[in-house]
Each structure stands twice: as structure tokens, then as C-alpha cells.
Design a protein around this ligand. Structure first.
Ligand SMILES: [Zn+2]
Length: 634
């Protein structure tokens, strides 16, 4: 032993003779140790900073093996560089140099993941620790190398066990859940719900838009029923998605704002315990899956995972996994914001990593932090098809969220631009729609190729977008028509009429109940409200259909561009809002600023508030009596 130690010691003093194996060993130890701690830390600080939800880069448990993998790769590159330099200069004490660099990188990583300290403070502290630790190691190099040799296999085992437990656990959970599914009826159709996040109805050609933005969706509409006046229950993603899953108003399911996840996880506690469509279909023998490109507000973390055996939210690609780790975020913060002609941008293009430059608005980009890599319709489709191909025995319920229409607008870089696209905001918004429409067409053709069974297809959106109307740009601040009127198209060949258009205003919260009705599942009371099928079965229903209601809790996550109207028009930064759409009137009520009333049939832009006329006041009072006085919007 003594001989070996002295041999090692003499090796270190001669610098260059340190073998590459030893350097790789040290890098492996540091990489896995730093990464495992980082993964745990990212999950922990996400929970601690939960109230800042919209401004975080989000992770789920997979980060526990992704972080070590990224740190390991990065540290191995560092160790190879040190080895190469030590080959050039004989006098470099390569182990000490490597320990210094890796200690610095590890400590910086841990300090930065709190997201609470200044970068410069993290750098200085990491530098201090690295100097002290390297000095300490220099005095006991040989015993340290022995320690690394002995402990690295154990650390590697912990890493592999983590990877196996998380990925294997998911795989086993899914296998068992599918094996336990009850038998579905022989003729049970598949159910496909497609949400085009942020799509206002009036930008689809089938809703009268002048541009050919949606040929594929129009084709589906021609084969089914189109609701001309479908209303979303809220003007931003989280409350609306919770309503699409439960059929309940935001004040009922309670997901009016982001709720902190209970420490043991959501379990059955989310959505105020109301049944979700996935759960109900699962009990009827359906394999259920959610495929989300909205990684902030349609995820398991916010409590929308109930009923889905399979849920794809984070980590859909190498680029996406990378930017969710700490060094990935640092990379994104420093390099992915560069101009089109910067060296980094050109290098990424050259390396075929153009998709890394396709920025998502997710994360803290607007607040000086990193940006996420956008998940496009192409990726959502791919996930769905892989999932469908894994099992053909059970009918499926798939719930898709495409985020391509959402800000930042336009299709992915390199995708052909429509000929109307001259680069204005609206041109780009429409280009995003044309892109996702193409991919809906591709998806349905793939399904046709694979499936003999019928599929119920529902196409809708969670809310609209202002695009300049009422002085607003985005969504979530108010309840004007452009913010809540969304497409709703339902097709089910042979079962529902072709090409029918329904004019009466309806709420998209009717979707779960309608799906169950189409499956001839008449168990009463699971989902509220009359089934929308009544509207294509009988014209008489149109006269006394319940008025669709939208609710918007007070919020401060409104983007600065939309805050500029504060004080000019009532928005949700200083009180809750609710709205009701009747066949002619649109009533909007603000907690502090009272009613607004619009005649949307004659004034579709809602520019003329009629509340100050005697007729307007009387109409508003009559309509306001339809609001549920018990509803607590907050
Ligand atoms: Zn949304």
C-alpha cells in the first residue's frame, strides 16, 4: 500500500504522467455527485418557489438522472481538456487543476440552483471553496485518488439505480395499469381531444376568416358539427384545462390559480376531487394519455395528471432535457438569446441543433433567466403515435395540447411560411395556426393508416388571444370575446351529422359530458350540464340552452405588455371578473368596476359598452341573475 501511494505521489509531482484514466475517474465522481445533488435541489427549490410558478423553468422527477448525465458529460469534457493541456506542458499538476475546476463548477452549480443568489456572488463563493478544497487535496492526493477509486463505483450504482427506479417505475406503472383495465365494449371508439392553446375562433377559415389558415381543421368540420359560438370558461390555460377535464367551472374545481402541490404529491386531491374525463374513461377500459406542449399549465405538477395512465409533459428531447438542468439553463441564458448572426447561433445551426433556437416562452425568460426549448406539434404527434403503437388492444383516450399558436408566434424556424406572412404580429399568429393545422392533417392521416376503429375527434382551444383588441396583446387579463370565443368541432363518422353548424352560444365545459353521451354512457351526474348532442339531435333545444359563463380570478401574472391598460379598462389585476354570453348580449362583470354590456351580434368588436343606457342596465341586471351567487372566484 505504502509503495503504491508513494508511486502515485511521484506521479502527481511529475504532472504529465497522470493517466487519463485517473482524470476520467475524478470527473466521473464529481459529475455524478454534482448532478444527483443538483437534480434533488432543482425539485426542492421548485417546490419552495412554487408561488413564482410561471417564472420558473419546470422539472419533474426525471431530472434526478438527467442532471447527473449532463454534468457527467460536461465534466468529462473538462477532464479531457486538462489532460490535453498537461500533454503540452509537463509542469502542470493536472489532478490539482482538475479538482480546482470541478470543485468550482460543482459549488457554482449548487449555489446557482437556489435561484436566489446573484451570479457574481455564486462565482466568488465557488472560487473560494475551490481554492480551499484544492489546497486540502494537494496535501493528500494519493489517499484522495484511493477514495475516488473506491467510491466511484458506488456513486455510479446510485445513479443507475435512480435511472432504473424512475424510468423502470414509469414503465411498470403503465404496464400494470393497462393490464388492469377492464374490457371495453367491442365497438368502443377512440377519443381524441385536441386543444390548440391560445386559438381564437375568428382566425379559422371555417369560422369566416379571410385567410386559408386551417384547411385540415375545416375538412374535419365538414365531416362533423361546428359550434359557431363556443365559449371558454376562462381566458388562460390552467383554469380552462381543468374545466376541459372535469366539465366544471373554475370556481368549482378550484384551479383558478396555481396551487402549491401537497408534499406527498397530488394523488386524488387535485381538482377538488371532481371526476376527470381520463379517470372515467379509464374505468371503462380506455388507455389514457396526455401529450402536452404547454409545460407550465398543462402538466402533472399543477395537478392535471389525474386519470392519465401516460403523461408527456417535460423532457421530450435532448435539447429540452438539457435546458432544464442547471448548466443547460446557464447555456440558454448566455447563448440562446443571441442574434441571428452570432457565432453561437450559426454554430448551433451548423450542428443541426436549430430546434434549440426555437424558444418557448416557458421559464423565466422575460425575467432575465433562461428560455425553454419549444415543443412543436411535430414532437407532440410523434409522442402520440409511439404511444398508440405500443398497444392496439384497448381503445385510447388521448388529450393533446399544441402550443404552436401561442406567443412567440409563427411556425418553427425553417418551416415554409405561408404567402400572407409579411412578419406582422397577426401574420405570424396565423402562420403558427397554419403550421399546426398541417400537423393535425398529418396526425389524422397517420391514425387512418393505423386504425380501423372509429375515433371521436374534438377540436377546441383553452382561450383566445387579444392581438391588439381593447389595448391588450395576450390573454388572461380580461374576458372580452376575442379572449373567450374558441373553436369547437366534434366529428364522429356515422354518429353525428356532417357539416352542421350550431349558432347558439355553448360552453366548452360541455365536452366531457358530450363524450360520455356519444359513448352511450348514461351514468348520470358524473359530468354536469346537458350533452351538446342535444343541439344536433333537435333544433328545439336551441332556445333555452344554458348561457356559457367564464370566470377569471384576480391575478398578478399578467405580462407587462398587458398591464399598460390598467386604470383604462377593467382587468383582473385588481379584482376577479366573470362573463356570460347570451344569444345577443355579452355581460362582463368586474369585482370592483361593475358591469359592461355588449351587443356582440351587432358590435362583434365589443367597442360600444351599453351599460349606461336604461335598456342596457335592465338587460345587465336580468342576465346577472344567471350567475351562480355561490360561486367564489378567487
Ligand atoms: Zn392556454
Amino acid at each position: 500500500m505504502i509503495n503504491r501511494h508513494s508511486a502515485l505521489r511521484s506521479q502527481f509531482h511529475s504532472g504529465s504522467s497522470v493517466s487519463i484514466e485517473t482524470l476520467v475517474l475524478v470527473a466521473t465522481w464529481f459529475g455524478i455527485f454534482a448532478g444527483l445533488t443538483e437534480g434533488g435541489g432543482l425539485l426542492l427549490f421548485q417546490r419552495i418557489n412554487w408561488t413564482q410558478w410561471g417564472r420558473l423553468m419546470h422539472v419533474s422527477k426525471e431530472v434526478l438522472w438527467i442532471s447527473p448525465l449532463v454534468d457527467l458529460s460536461f465534466f468529462l469534457i473538462v477532464s479531457l481538456s486538462v489532460w490535453l493541456i498537461s500533454r503540452l506542458s509537463q509542469r502542470i499538476p493536472s489532478i490539482q487543476v482538475l479538482v480546482f475546476l470541478l470543485t468550482f463548477l460543482t459549488i457554482y452549480d449548487w449555489l446557482a440552483l437556489t435561484n436566489r443568489l446573484y451570479h457574481r456572488a455564486c462565482l466568488i463563493m465557488a472560487l473560494g471553496v475551490a481554492v480551499a478544497f484544492t489546497r486540502w487535496i494537494a496535501k493528500r492526493e494519493a489517499s484522495s485518488v484511493t477514495f475516488w477509486k473506491k467510491s466511484t463505483p458506488w456513486l455510479a450504482a446510485v445513479f443507475l439505480l435512480t435511472l432504473w427506479a424512475i424510468q423502470g417505475g414509469k414503465w411498470a406503472h403503465e404496464k400494470i395499469a393497462v393490464a388492469r383495465l377492464p374490457a371495453a365494449p367491442q365497438s368502443a371508439p377512440n377519443v381524441l381531444v385536441i386543444v390548440l392553446d391560445t386559438l381564437r375562433a375568428d382566425h379559422l377559415s371555417s369560422y369566416g376568416y379571410s385567410r386559408p389558415t386551417s384547411p385540415e381543421i375545416d375538412r374535419i368540420a365538414s365531416q362533423g358539427v361546428l359550434f359557431e359560438n363556443a365559449i371558454a370558461p376562462c381566458s388562460w390555460s390552467l383554469p380552462s384545462h381543468a374545466s376541459l377535464l372535469t366539465g366544471r367551472a373554475p370556481s368549482e374545481h378550484g384551479m383558478q390559480n396555481v396551487q402549491a402541490m401537497p408534499w406527498p404529491g397530488w394523488g386524488e386531491k387535485s381538482l377538488s376531487g371532481y371526476p376527470a374525463l381520463g379517470e372515467v374513461l379509464r374505468h371503462r377500459g380506455y388507455r389514457t394519455g396526455a401529450f402536452s406542449a404547454n409545460r407550465i399549465y398543462f402538466t402533472r405538477n399543477v395537478g392535471l395528471g389525474r386519470g392519465f395512465i401516460h403523461f408527456e409533459d417535460y423532457f421530450d428531447s435532448v435539447g429540452d432535457s438539457f435546458v432544464r438542468t442547471l448548466y443547460g439553463r446557464e447555456f440558454a441564458r448566455l447563448y440562446l438569446n443571441r442574434s441571428e448572426n452570432s457565432k453561437v447561433t450559426r454554430a448551433l445551426r451548423y450542428l443541426g441543433l436549430e430546434s434549440w433556437l426555437d424558444k418557448d416562452s416557458e421559464g423565466s425568460g422575460d425575467f432575465g433567466g433562461a428560455y425553454g426549448v419549444r415543443k412543436r406539434a411535430s414532437a407532440v404527434n410523434q409522442e402520440l403515435m409511439q404511444w398508440i403503437d405500443r398497444d392496439r388492444q384497448h381503445p385510447f383516450f388521448a388529450f393533446l395540447n399544441y402550443l404552436d399558436v401561442h406567443y412567440s408566434y409563427g411556425g418553427p424556424p425553417g418551416y415554409p411560411k405561408p404567402d400572407w406572412d409579411r412578419g406582422t404580429t397577426v401574420d405570424e399568429y396565423d402562420a403558427g395556426l397554419k403550421y399546426v393545422d398541417d400537423y393535425i392533417g398529418r396526425l389524422l392521416r397517420e391514425l387512418e393508416r393505423r386504425e380501423a376503429r372509429n375515433t371521436i375527434v374534438v377540436i377546441t382551444s383553452d382561450h383566445g388571444e387579444s392581438l391588439g383588441a381593447h389595448g391588450l396583446s395576450y390573454h388572461g387579463a380580461a374576458l372580452y370575446r376575442e379572449l373567450i370565443q374558441v373553436p369547437l368541432i366534434i366529428s364522429y363518422p356515422q354518429q353525428i351529422p356532417k357539416g352542421l353548424r350550431v349558432a347558439v352560444p355553448v360552453s366548452i365545459t360541455g365536452i366531457p359530458g358530450t363524450v360520455m353521451d356519444l359513448l352511450a354512457d348514461r351514468e348520470p351526474g358524473v359530468f354536469p350540464g346537458p350533452s351538446l348532442s342535444a343541439l344536433w339531435k333537435s333544433q328545439n333545444q336551441q332556445t333555452n340552452w344554458p348561457y356559457p359563463i367564464s370566470e377569471l380570478a384576480q391575478t398578478d401574472i399578467i405580462v407587462p405588455a398587458d398591464r399598460v391598460v390598467e386604470g383604462k379598462i377593467p382587468i383582473a389585476t385588481n379584482g376577479w371578473m366573470k362573463s356570460l354570453v347570451a344569444p345577443r348580449w355579452h355581460l362582463i362583470t368586474h369585482e370592483k368596476f361593475g358591469h359592461q354590456l355588449y351587443d356582440w351580434t351587432n358590435d362583434p368588436k365589443e367597442s360600444n359598452n351599453l351599460i349606461d343606457s336604461p335598456e342596457g342596465r335592465a338587460t345587465a341586471l336580468r342576465l346577472a341573475s344567471h350567475f351562480n351567487p355561490q360561486a367564489k372566484i378567487r
